[in-house]
Ligand binder design. Sequence first.
Ligand SMILES: Cc1cc2nc3c(=O)[nH]c(=O)nc-3n(C[C@H](O)[C@H](O)[C@H](O)COP(=O)(O)OP(=O)(O)OC[C@H]3O[C@@H](n4cnc5c(N)ncnc54)[C@H](O)[C@@H]3O)c2cc1C
Length: 417
Amino acid sequence: MVLAMPTPYRRIAILGGGPAGATAAATLARAGMDVALFARGKRPPIIVGESLVPAVVPYLRRLGVEEEVASYSTWKGGATFIHDREYTQSFRFNEVRGAKTTYSYNVPRDRFDATILASAQKAGARIIDHTGRGEREPGTQRVRLTDESLAASGFDTQPDFIIDAGGRGRQFARLFDIPTIDGDRRDTALHAHFEGVEVEIEGNVHTDRLEHGWSWRIPLPGRVSIGIVIDSDYIQKFGDSPEEQLDNFLKHDPVIRDFALPATRVTPVMKYTNYQSRATRGLGENWAMLGDAYGFIDPVFSSGVLIAFEGGERIANALLTGTRKALEDYDAETQRSLAAWQRVIRWYYDGRLLTLFKVGNYVENTLIGKMMSFHFRKHMPRIFTGEDATNRYSLGLIDFMVKYALAGNDPTKMQIN
Ligand SMILES: Cc1cc2nc3c(=O)[nH]c(=O)nc-3n(C[C@H](O)[C@H](O)[C@H](O)COP(=O)(O)OP(=O)(O)OC[C@H]3O[C@@H](n4cnc5c(N)ncnc54)[C@H](O)[C@@H]3O)c2cc1C
């Protein structure tokens, strides 16, 4: 990108080298900005966020990494929802009317994150293998790097702008005590990789509604990632350690044990709590929050990496434009996107969405249903592929449908307990 006007933001520090921070860094560095990307090397043995929606693929192309990602990932052609033991529903991305991208990938996140980080470095960002820390400038609403981080950054003086892209640690939200909007759930997610797990459709992400909570099965090369998302109090009764809890739960639940029982766990179990939370603002005088550091809604529709990429490009372009208005637009658009996902996710948990899918299958066999399905097939699935996730018309349509098109079915029968 060639700069159309001089921007006051030419030296930028980004704290966190995940998909969000690395995308912002690559976009800024390509435009000639001086970028220090703090990306600490230490990572857990496995990382969540392995199922990508199709709308991520254009970002991979723009970063010039799609071929590399494809070489170590599983090609993903759709999504399968197991409603209960009797009822399963699959979507193929290539059947979505008007889809721009008809496939995606399931990625081993350690390699994926390394690829995205390397693309930022190739674009010219300086990678600082160090935990980056900001602190408040006394008596102001501004942030500066701590002395230690400034010394590590390679900048002689404080940068013009600092981005918190450090994930769910939410450094800046804590620094400014920014209130959050939280979802209704208090769930724990337990996650590990297994060998010998069955999936119904090769490559598809599988979302299973369980007696308590739900689970994912994500096929990766040579193994399957399993995660359970379950009420934090309920899972306690399955053991003390995350390993005991996941292993015992897999033997217990009547839906998941059918496919997980012969499986062998090949990694430690990772535990995540405290999500479904977004900050009420993510912009200050000389700083912004990005990706999970701004808000993380829920993993059920695999939206996190898309939100990270979208935000990364959006904040970079706002900084390149260089006006306060452009930065405020970044903040407003991020709020809108997080709120839109949060709303759709609530319908999954309260059973309305799964009821609608089920009703839709019956109605499609009627004449009026056939006529309407042409329209719905364009707008509804594109919310879940990420291509229309914030489109007002598509969201309005699904809003209407979950309220008025459940054909008298009680959605609570499909809710997630
Ligand atoms: C249980 C669960 C399941 C999920 N499943 C999916 C899924 O299937 N698909 C999907 O798209 N998303 C999923 N997500 C969400 C997804 O993982 C995140 O939304 C996405 O990784 C956010 O990217 P990010 O760059 O904002 O943050 P992160 O991926 O967390 O990256 C931040 C990076 O910065 C580093 N860091 C943190 N602080 C600092 C610092 N101060 N200095 C230097 N480095 C720092 C961290 O070590 C990390 O490497 C899931 C999340 C959870 C909790």
